[in-house]
Design a protein around this ligand. Structure first.
Ligand code: FAD
Length: 415
């Protein structure tokens, strides 16, 4: 047997142990959707202005109509046995991320109001807001409070520092609540969503800084949107401010009240969102590797395909190795979180940081592999690097998340 005969050809998801029939079928249909719908769609949207992306005749809207055809709903995924769900979620979201990071975030953010309805057990709201009936979004960050809003329990805050005034406040009024103020221009789907899961300050007149989670339909009086945000990466993902002026919401739209309820809700959404970000950006990293792998076989320099040059092979190997490591961590974290009595936020954070950093580094290496072509808009890899750069800030800046993750490692009994 020659050494060549012993060479193993890897599938797109690398060193993957055999999947069940259901997993294979879902992976294949999601991959097809990513390749046929998402990737070409994102390439078109990347070249449009932020305003054009959300015009009524924009191709962006196909994302949701075509995704629906896949038949994947959060409600059904949540009903799966924990182990099955923990294996399926990273498979699905990696494929979406390989299709396009920005559009995968748009789909993921759209699910967040329902994720929180299920997480808080307020499922009576499903009759009014059936899953999939609207585009959703998550409003948490504010112009004056970005990292601060994600730092529940103020684990990363400087000793003695004050939180200061919130930009968005929910107040009890009559039988329900009223919302005033604004959320940051960064709200994913902020310009297109019809339902927002809003994490905001709660003012009950006590003067204490409290927070709550409410569901806010965005087609009601008093809601205004900011202008679509122009940005360097994830340009297919619509983002913009949400403004609230005396917006009235019924009492049953309170998903989590102040104190322990709020802490549980923010823990739940950060744990889920960071783990899903881990999957999405493994997908984007894999796509950058795939492009580099293909180009290394096609491009000839010095009379040979560049993959014949040792340094090119070595670079490609390190790219593959890093994608594999990020995927392995992400799969472990999803499975742990799905099956453990309490999911580990530090695990989700570890995966989010690893995947986003990997996507950025692997996309940058892919540019190097493409040489001059890598930095032109004619080739796909510069977009992947722009997209990945934003991911290191999205859902929490990686450095702030690392401090939070480190805080969660402290064994308080040993101090
Ligand atoms: C693509 C994208 C999608 C997003 N989607 C959403 C969304 O759907 N909903 C939403 O509400 N928001 C969203 N965001 C906002 C995102 O969560 C914030 O941008 C992020 O939390 C950082 O906040 P900031 O931009 O205000 O930066 P700042 O908080 O002002 O941070 C600036 C710098 O200071 C550092 N820093 C701040 N505080 C600390 C600290 N305590 N310790 C150490 N370093 C610190 C940060 O790491 C960073 O380097 C999105 C952002 C992006 C880029």
């Amino acid at each position: 047997m020659t050494a060549h005969a012993l060479q193993v050809t890897l599938c797109p998801t690398g060193f993957e142990a055999p999947l069940s029939e259901v997993e294979q079928a879902i992976q294949a249909s999601t991959r097809k959707f990513a390749q046929i719908v998402m990737e070409p769609l994102a390439a078109r949207l990347d070249k449009l202005s932020a305003a054009e992306v959300i015009e009524p005749d924009s191709p962006y809207w196909q994302l949701f109509s075509e995704f629906k055809k896949l038949g994947l709903t959060l409600g059904e995924l949540l009903q799966l046995p924990a182990g099955e769900r923990g294996r399926l979620m990273p498979i699905i979201f990696e494929e979406l991320g390989a299709g396009d990071g920005g559009l995968a975030v748009s789909l993921g953010a759209s699910l967040l109001p329902w994720l929180m309805i299920y997480a808080t057990g307020k499922t009576a709201l499903l009759s009014r807001y059936p899953e999939g009936s609207a585009i959703g979004c998550w409003g948490i960050t504010e112009p004056d409070h970005g990292s601060d809003t994600l730092d529940f329990g103020r684990m990363c805050a400087q000793p003695g520092s004050e939180y200061g005034r919130s930009n968005c406040v929910v107040r009890p009024q009559g039988d329900g609540f009223v919302v005033d103020g604004q959320k940051a221009a960064w709200v994913s789907n902020g310009t297109v969503a019809q339902l927002c899961v809003l994490f905001a300050a709660y003012d009950d007149g006590s003067g204490e800084h409290k927070q709550c989670v409410v569901l806010v339909p965005l087609d009601v009086e008093g809601v205004k949107r900011g202008k679509p945000l122009e940005k360097m990466g994830q340009r297919a993902l619509p983002q913009g401010e949400l403004f609230f002026d005396g917006v009235q919401i019924p009492a049953d739209h309170l998903l989590a009240g102040p104190g322990a309820e709020y802490e549980q809700a923010i823990y739940a959404i950060l744990t889920e969102a960071n783990a899903l970000m881990g999957s999405i950006w493994v997908g984007a990293a894999r796509r950058a590797y795939e492009h580099a792998h293909g180009y290394a076989h096609e491009r000839k320099q010095g009379g040979v395909p560049i993959i014949r040059h040792q340094n090119v092979r070595s670079r490609l190997f390190h790219m593959m190795r890093r994608v594999e490591a990020a995927r392995a961590l992400n799969h472990r974290v999803h499975l742990f979180n799905a099956t453990a009595p309490v999911p580990a936020l530090q695990g989700s954070i570890a995966s989010k940081i690893t995947s986003t950093q990997t996507a950025f580094e692997v996309a940058s290496d892919a540019i190097q592999m493409f040489g001059g072509n890598g930095v032109t808009r004619e080739y796909p890899v510069e977009k992947l690097m722009r997209d990945a750069r934003s991911s290191m800030i999205e859902d929490g800046c990686n450095e702030m998340l690392a401090i939070k993750g480190g805080t969660l490692l402290i064994d308080r009994e040993r101090l």
